[in-house]
Design a protein around this ligand. Structure first.
Ligand code: FAD
Length: 352
């Protein structure tokens, strides 16, 4: 499903909205639905060029097993279903926009500025920015940028793109091990390159990797990346070193999994109480220390917080019950189930 996205290139005056959601990950997408149910129309901004947050950016084709009523659903499928669910409320998406500045308006509401110069006036603000913009950690390899996006990647968007090729995966965490196990059966060759014998990944994955390596289904190589060999962005091999010896490993594709840097960036200077880079919230309604600004999903912190997709869904539901009081202060707000929501029934009728 294609979300309604807006091309703001020609827009110079602020975009007026009831609620502005910063971040179109799973929490932000479900917030658009919950706000809709509470009678609030939402705009969403995201630095990325598509909705889905970490699920789509980092593990689009991996099955997630702990979404209630979905024994297995990929990150990509989950984002598509969330979009479909929010669609009756017609949320407006603004991609490739980074929220940077926030000012409280004397007459109420907030002005939020994007790095591009675009700005929004919103009655309620929902921070669903995860850990901030998602940036992979990069090794200091000369000429790396010329290969990025062509034969060197930081995520797997489509497993089929790796079939029948010589693949090197560098790293020792869960992503490196998971993708090594997943891609080895379809690759021409797969080498997992890690600088030490110990792994940060789950012990069960390490055991499976070692068993596959023993069976000749993939290779495990101790060593550190030293260079990239190839031309015009296409790799032929990677150069690695271990115990003073340098060697080449044939590679059509290199996957780098050295972790992520997630930075809240400018948002953490907006004046809300923060703890460890996350927004401190009241768990009754997920409001921050600034009335009218809410935080949900990985962006928020409270005692017992679990960074799980389902936590973000719960947080979005409670947030919407309070956010609507800022958008429509003169209206009576009563909680309704989706099964008896007249607003939702009306929207669904309009679409059919
Ligand atoms: P995100 O998904 O991080 O989305 C935040 C969005 O905000 C991003 O799109 C980002 O670009 C945008 N953004 C950030 N800053 C700004 C800004 N200033 N301006 C505009 N946009 C901004 N969870 C589970 O429940 N089950 C699992 O099995 C599971 N597996 C996982 C596997 C991996 C490999 C990883 C990395 C995570 C996994 N998680 C899992 C965790 C789950 O993905 C996160 O909890 C979830 O994505 C958080 O959702 P969110 O919407 O809060 O944030």
């Amino acid at each position: 499903m294609c979300p309604r996205s807006r091309d703001d290139a020609m827009t110079s005056s602020p975009v007026d909205c009831e609620a502005l959601i910063i971040g179109a990950g799973p929490a932000g997408l479900f917030a658009a639905f919950q706000l809709g149910m509470a009678g609030v129309h939402a705009h969403l901004v995201d630095v990325l060029d598509r909705p889905g947050g970490q699920c789509v950016e980092l593990y689009p084709q991996k099955p997630i097993h702990d979404i209630p009523a979905h024994p297995a659903i990929t990150g990509e499928q989950l984002a598509a279903r969330l979009l479909e669910q929010a669609a009756p409320f017609d949320p407006v998406f603004h991609f490739r926009e980074r929220a940077e500045t926030m000012r409280q308006n004397p007459e109420g509401g907030f002005s939020v500025g994007m790095a591009s110069g675009l700005s929004f006036h919103a009655r309620a603000l929902v921070i669903a920015a995860g850990g901030g913009s998602i940036q992979p950690k990069k090794p200091p390899l000369r000429g790396l940028d010329a290969f990025e996006g062509k034969s060197v990647f930081y995520a797997v968007r489509n497993k089929a793109d790796f079939a029948g090729l010589d693949i090197v995966i560098a790293g020792g965490g869960d992503s490196a091990l998971d993708w090594a196990l997943e891609l080895a059966p379809r690759a021409k060759s797969l080498t997992l390159l890690h600088r030490r014998k110990e792994f940060r990944a789950a012990a069960a994955s390490v055991r499976r990797m070692r068993a596959m390596a023993d069976a000749g289904q993939m290779r495990f190589q101790l060593g550190q990346l030293r260079g990239l060999i190839g031309e015009n962005g296409q790799l032929r091999a990677v150069k690695a070193a271990h115990e003073g010896k340098t060697f080449d490993i044939p590679a059509d594709r290199l996957l780098l999994f050295f972790g992520l840097t997630n930075k809240m960036g400018a948002l953490s200077g907006w004046g809300m109480n923060m703890q460890g880079g996350q927004v401190v919230v009241n768990t009754e309604n997920f409001e921050s220390s600034i009335p009218g600004i809410f935080a949900i999903g990985d962006a928020c912190i409270y005692p017992g917080k679990l960074k799980l997709i389902l936590s973000g869904f719960h947080e979005a539901a409670l947030m919407a019950q309070k956010a609507c009081t800022y958008v429509h202060p003169d209206e009576h707000h009563a909680f309704v189930h989706s099964t008896s929501s007249e607003i939702l029934a009306e929207k669904l009728k309009e679409r059919n």
